[in-house]
Ligand binder design. Sequence first.
Ligand code: SF4
Length: 257
Amino acid sequence: MDLPVKALDEPGFAMSELRKIKIGISSCLLGRKVRYDGGHKRDRTVTGVLSRYFEFVPVCPEADSGLGVPREPVHLVRPVDGTIRVLGVNDPRIDVTAALTGFSHSRMSGLTAIRGYIVKSKSPSCGLIRVPIHTARGASKSTGRGLFTSILMETFPLLPVVEEGNLPDPVFRENFLERVRVYDRWRTMLESGLTVPGLIEFHERHEPLIGSRNPAACRKLQRKVSRLRPEDLEASADSYGIELMNALDRNQSREVS
Ligand code: SF4
């Protein structure tokens, strides 16, 4: 049974606009056999209803960085010096931190067109929140974010990101789709050339949505827009974008633990 996707059915939301949206995704969620054991984690919501609307851009940081399939399973480890590493679960002498970090940074230039990202939960590479961080002795005492997803969110700080495990929850799913749609329009406006009238028009178009989600933030954004000056337009747009996406993020997906 398909899950309803209300955020994609709002009046005035042209399907042609939606079909162009590219979404990054952990490859294993599409059913690709890239996991350490040669398996996959095909996700029914992703390969079902969402695949009709989005063009997926799959990335498996571990397989794509040359670690191979199958491979030694890895996890996050915080040694005594405090720097988090990605080490072999069975053989801690295997350290893939540099390979994963180098690949992740180099992959970012190919992701500038994406407008959202669906990541595999709990993965030391792809997880968004609460990924276990082990001590050198093997105990799991804290949690954090997967290495690839950390670099992704540093590179694209406004990008909507969600874990696949939250997609069956209608609140998480609808909020993610809503943020993807707004972020797509935001980026499209910036790429077509930022102007004072353009930013005012953008705000007026989205004011009812922002107001319904976060009235206080909406009033703040309205004040910001009413004081726009051409000489500091870029700085104003930067802070507008941050406050806009924070106001719409009901899942607070940028929390790490
Ligand atoms: Fe690859 Fe990420 Fe899936 Fe692991 S969770 S198999 S690194 S895509």
